[in-house]
Design a protein around this ligand. Sequence first.
Ligand code: SF4
Length: 332
Amino acid sequence: MLDRQLQAIADEPGWSRALSDLVVDVGDLLDLLGLTHTDLGVDVDSAFPLRVPRGFVARMKYGDANDPLLRQVLPLAAEREPAVGFVEDPLQEDEAVLAPAVIQKYAGRVLLIAAGECAVHCRYCFRRNFPYGQHRLRVSAESLSAIRADHTISEVIASGGDPLMLTDRHWERLLDELESIAHVRRLRIHTRLPVVIPSRLTLRLIDRLAASRLQVVVVVHVNHPNEIGAELAQGTGELVRRGVTVLNQAVLLAGVNDSADVLVQLSEALFAAQILPYYLHLLDPVAGTRHLQVEEERACALHAEIRDCLPGYLVPRLAREVPGQTAKQWLA
Ligand code: SF4
């Protein structure tokens, strides 16, 4: 069950019911899928514990220990194996904190850590060790003052955790605040929540985003075409119809999407849901994720293959983030 803080956040109907009934026990997950511990080398006691919505589990294939959605959420003993170059904070975000809940890595843009929780725990997450406790998870006057004081900031990127863990009511207030800062022109929301709980894209939220004076971009996070269903497509389609740009960023993951066929299907399924492929990221080398890494040379070869199969607008940029650089590095 979720802790009390999360319960308080999730005070909306529909998606809040899904949030209050997550699968958090490895044994329960394996039972739901007809699998056993011995098939997989699972870790039942991970410091970054299992958390996955039941609707996302329902998209996994029963009896398939290698299901690409399962591999993204199942804690494995392999995560405990040390690996050279894989560290707690690979992007050194702790050094880029501008104010409570505000991180600045690139000129003109700031990250706003709007929530410290997610509906799903993705095993490859580069923030799995992020010290959320040191950040105020409600946007404070101090956070907004830092943005208000810097006239070079034209874009606020709501991040987390997952920023859509905030209720619609909280989002209405946050939008009011951001819209009152004249030099902020764009709002980007990075979220995986609508992918794992599609009912999170409520009409109330869509209405408010569509009515904003800010140009709003929603960047969802889909790694495999099996993650896309009719309800997600309905929500993203409605956002697009109402003038919100919807993009996708994926992470290239061994055993999940490291084949040209899957990546081509992913781009096509995204576009059918009115989502444009944006980035295909190399894995950030966070401790415990070595077994999910796809080497750069192979990533570039895969990218070349999908370029041969897709129109240019469906080819995501292959990129990686390097701490201290002024922008993401584009590969291939
Ligand atoms: S939803 Fe995003 S922030 Fe949360 S665990 Fe997954 S990748 Fe990390």
